[in-house]
Design a binder for this molecule. Structure first.
Ligand SMILES: Cc1ncc(COP(=O)(O)O)c(C=O)c1O
Length: 373
């Protein structure tokens, strides 16, 4: 319930006795890293996403990096991605010496515009990292057709989209390797952690080797078949992941109900653009609730007014190409992706998580209305 000393946080994980119980089991088992819990977590993600193989990794970023390795991305290559995403969508290419190329987004979905991707392809393009931003599935079939036509690898950055469906099937089931992330603001959390789902047995065994210092199946602990990384996830975190997955249906339903409540509370605010609605082919898994403020609004003043009333918000998302290191390294400037830049200047994430209270949402909506007046 909201009071004069209200503090409504942007996000909060949902951890309960079940998470504690499963973590305690692992701690008591003495098998802290590569025990039996990681494979159980992987099997549950494979089932939830409809992908035949899943490899758990230490973060979504690590998973994206390994996908670049699998795609054979090398220095001199270009990798096309969305400017309206978290930096890891582009950084994974830079880690392998490739150049990130930004294609503009669709103003409604905030996901990559396939026509812009097509226009960005050059003879140096090696891969496309397609992001399901804010849990809304990207235009996978169109992007896949472009990649097939030009012989490019397609990686789905589904870090924000566990539980989303595309054309009636879960994200992860369609074929391209997909990467999920489990930071505490995500639908499910392991503290830190990620997962790569794939439809290729060969890719899966390579992922398992690469995340584990390049060790090979059947080889000894001190035998390294290839250059790898320590991108493992331990059994303690996998135990949290299992407890979280057990309540995934409840989590998805709770977040969806919270989003519907915001839609109702804010639907009549003049000029305010709410997150795009699902359609027959796209069903969002609710990650964050991001609105676009009416054009011409002083976003900083709105943020300050909300902060004054104890409502935490975030400027989701700054354009990747306009980050200081990107400007410096590649000379990217304003005007490169006008649709993304306009969205980025106007969008604001409101407090949103599985267990957010209805009263708090009403308070946030009222505070936002007041700030906009
Ligand atoms: C779209 C997207 N890609 C990649 C990542 C990276 O995930 P992690 O923070 O687990 O490395 C995130 C998470 O913040 C994300 O939202």
């Amino acid at each position: 319930m909201s009071t004069a000393t209200t503090r409504i946080n942007l996000s909060a994980p949902w951890i309960d006795e079940r998470d504690e119980e499963l973590v305690l089991d692992v701690l008591r088992s003495g098998w802290l890293s590569l025990g039996p819990t990681g494979p159980r977590f992987e099997a549950m993600i494979a089932e939830a996403t409809g992908a035949p193989y899943a490899a758990a990794v230490s973060s979504g970023t690590a998973g994206l990096h390994l996908c670049m390795r699998l795609a054979g991305v090398e220095p001199g290559d270009e990798v096309i991605t969305s400017p309206y995403s978290f930096v890891a969508s582009a950084n994974c290419a830079i880690y392998e010496g490739a150049t990130p190329v930004f294609a503009d987004i669709d103003a409604r979905t905030l996901n990559l515009d396939p026509a812009a991707v097509e226009a960005a392809v050059t003879e140096r393009t090696k891969a496309v990292v397609a992001v399901d931003i804010y849990g809304y599935p990207c235009e996978l079939d169109e992007l896949r057709a472009i990649c097939d036509r030009h012989g490019l690898a397609l990686i789905q950055d589904a870090c924000e989209a566990l539980g989303a469906t595309y054309k009636g099937a879960p994200v992860g089931s369609q074929g391209p390797s997909a990467v999920f992330a489990f930071y505490p603001n995500k639908q499910i959390t392991t503290g830190e952690g990620g997962m790569v789902t794939t439809h290729s047995e060969e890719e899966h065994s390579l992922l398992v080797s690469l995340r584990n210092q390049g060790r090979a199946d059947g080889g000894g602990w001190l035998e390294h078949a290839r250059l790898g990384f320590n991108y493992r996830i331990d059994d303690v975190r996998s135990a949290i992941g299992i407890a979280q997955l057990e309540k995934l249906p409840e989590i998805l339903a709770g977040r969806s109900a919270a989003a519907t409540r915001y839609d109702q509370l804010l639907g009549d605010v003049d000029g305010l653009v709410l997150p795009c609605a699902d359609d027959a082919e796209h069903e969002r898994s609710w990650f964050v609730y991001v609105v676009a403020l009416p054009s011409g609004t002083d976003r900083e003043a709105v943020i300050a007014a909300l902060e004054e009333r104890g409502v935490q918000t975030a400027r989701y998302l700054p354009c990747i190409h306009l980050q200081p290191y990107m400007r410096e390294r590649y000379g990217f400037r304003e005007g490169l992706c006008p649709v993304a830049e306009d969205a980025s200047a106007r969008t604001l994430a409101l407090p949103f998580h599985t267990q957010i209270e209805e009263d708090d949402q009403a308070y946030v909506a009222e505070a936002l209305r007041a700030a906009l007046e």
